[in-house]
Ligand binder design. Structure first.
Ligand SMILES: [Zn+2]
Length: 128
């Protein structure tokens, strides 16, 4: 069954066939979560569509960090309105550190999905 656009994005699939994985290992692998396939293992689509394409992912990653900081700040403000400043700073630093794998991977995935202008070509034909 083919995935829709958002399912494929969330699962980190190739935007061209929505079947192959963009990353080689699980997001929970602490040393290898950054390793990408250079080409889709299913359809051969080249993920870095032009040299330096993923530099733009830094800006997406920055946006994810800001969203994380605002979310944690707001949550503490609602749950513990009288919390000490050190609680705010410590929680925000911890959240941003824990988000590093998510931030790294989804900044690249979103860069490719939102700014790569990749057309969905459907699943490749089965080879006999
Ligand atoms: Zn593919």
């Amino acid at each position: 069954m083919a995935l829709n656009y958002w399912q494929a994005l969330v699962q980190g699939k190739c935007p061209s066939c929505r079947k192959g994985n963009m990353y080689k290992y699980s997001i929970f692998n602490p040393t290898k979560f950054t390793e990408m396939h250079s080409n889709c293992p299913v359809c051969g689509f080249k993920f870095e569509i032009e040299p330096g394409f993923f530099y733009g992912a830094m800006y997406v990653g920055y946006a994810i960090s800001v969203a994380t900081i605002i979310t944690v700040f707001t949550a503490i403000n609602i749950l513990y309105p009288k919390a000490d400043l050190s609680i705010f700073i410590g929680s925000i630093v911890l959240a941003v550190l824990l988000m590093i794998p998510v931030n790294f991977r989804y900044s690249r995935i979103m860069m490719l999905y939102f700014f790569g202008n990749v057309k969905y070509k459907g699943e490749p034909k089965q080879q006999q």
